[in-house]
Ligand binder design. Sequence first.
Ligand SMILES: *[C@@H]1O[C@H](CO)[C@@H](O)[C@H](O)[C@H]1NC(C)=O
Length: 474
Amino acid sequence: MRLSLIFLSVALSLSQFAVASPNEAAENAAMAAQPYEESPKGTDGGNAGGPPGNGGGRGGDDNDNDRRRPGPGGSRGDDGNDRDDHSGPRPGHGGHRGGGKKDDDDGHGGRHLGHGGHRHHHHHDVCEQALEHLQTVYELRLGYDRMYATNHTEIIELAMNKKWTIPKAGGSFKVFSKQIKGTIPITRHYNPKTRRHTLAATEAQRNELNAKGFLPDGDLGFMFPTSICNTQPVEQFWLGSMYTPKVYPGGRTYPQYTPVNNFVFKMDPTEILQARRSQYRSQGIIGYGYPLTTQPKPRPVQVITTRPDCREVFKYLTPVYEVMLAGKQNWLYTTSHTRVIELLNARPRATIKAKDGVFKILSKQVEGSVSVCRMVNPTIKDHTLALGDDQKESLLAQGYFNDGVLGYMLPNRFCNSERVARLYSAAAKNHVFKLDQTEAALLIHRNRYKDEGTLAYAFSMRAAQPEPETPKPY
Ligand SMILES: *[C@@H]1O[C@H](CO)[C@@H](O)[C@H](O)[C@H]1NC(C)=O
């Protein structure tokens, strides 16, 4: 069994080598055959250093190569080892990494000496806690710069107004939003001179970045410095300049270098392979987090059939304003008067559908109501609404970001509430929500909107009175 495992892992690494090899061989041959050209100095902020010393690599990776080995216990080997780890379904199957205890090993009493019951339980608590505080890291791009962010408000702002793009809908990997025992903070850093972002896991790395002209740029979240609880490594890569052979008339080839000088952070094995093939140099592991597929413990499915207390419901009704942003069929829903005024002032062509609001929802969660989140997809510039956690999760996976809670709505038709239809135009890539059935019908017939079903139940602007109370017997 053990032998076959080893054989399997050798076979896996060999097969991966066979895949990676022709490309790398070609790249290395091309590199060796051509004289190196320095990437322009001064634009690299000291990270790209200069020309490589000998053979090895490009642009100062001698300096940088080992700086990312985090803390003690991160007894990872060289690149070859890293590669084996990524290829396997779970890292550390060969058992060569002492610190990297897995959950799967728990319960095999006696196999791991010194792993007493106390620590066993403790370890388990940490892993359970870790799963409760997951947050997704998104990779944002602006030119060659790569920035990593978890704060949805910031991401929406950067993508809507500052032209950052988010190539991977649903994000790149997950880190922790809270400092769980054993995790370390991951900080963001920005170099205004080179206009490049990067991340740091240790004080030494932060000092080094400060010395190179990077400024602190907030926090990303927390990661484990070693692999525990089935976490997976996030690897840092750096590319000084991009090499492309340029063929001149007569067939002579000269190397062409484009300065890039960016840092990328990858967990996905396919993306790691792609980074290596794109001439990125590994700078080690920044920390350990979870792949996107890792979900928090499934919540018990809550089908709300509770009949709300209608007097309570009517106490908290608040109007929803529908603002159409200029230039495109692009509606935004808000309960904030201030936000409406801001939008109308900031965008001269923005218009408001009905100045008193289009329908009423609850400003407070009462029993039997469900939260409604405003979700934004900055890529297609669509604002939409999600009822409850499941709709929210599903939209997050499709490239939407959480723009905050709009309010609360009823999942069923209680208290004389009315259906709010979710309408979508594929042509305009726009969602719109209508309680008014005449308006909904117009959008469907004139503007080719499709009725995607019911968002939830809300109240018309006229609704103000609770249902007559049925006398209680006593
Ligand atoms: C998220 O970003 C926004 C805007 O940049 C900021 O106002 C807010 O404080 C941030 N939230 C957290 C939890 O850091």
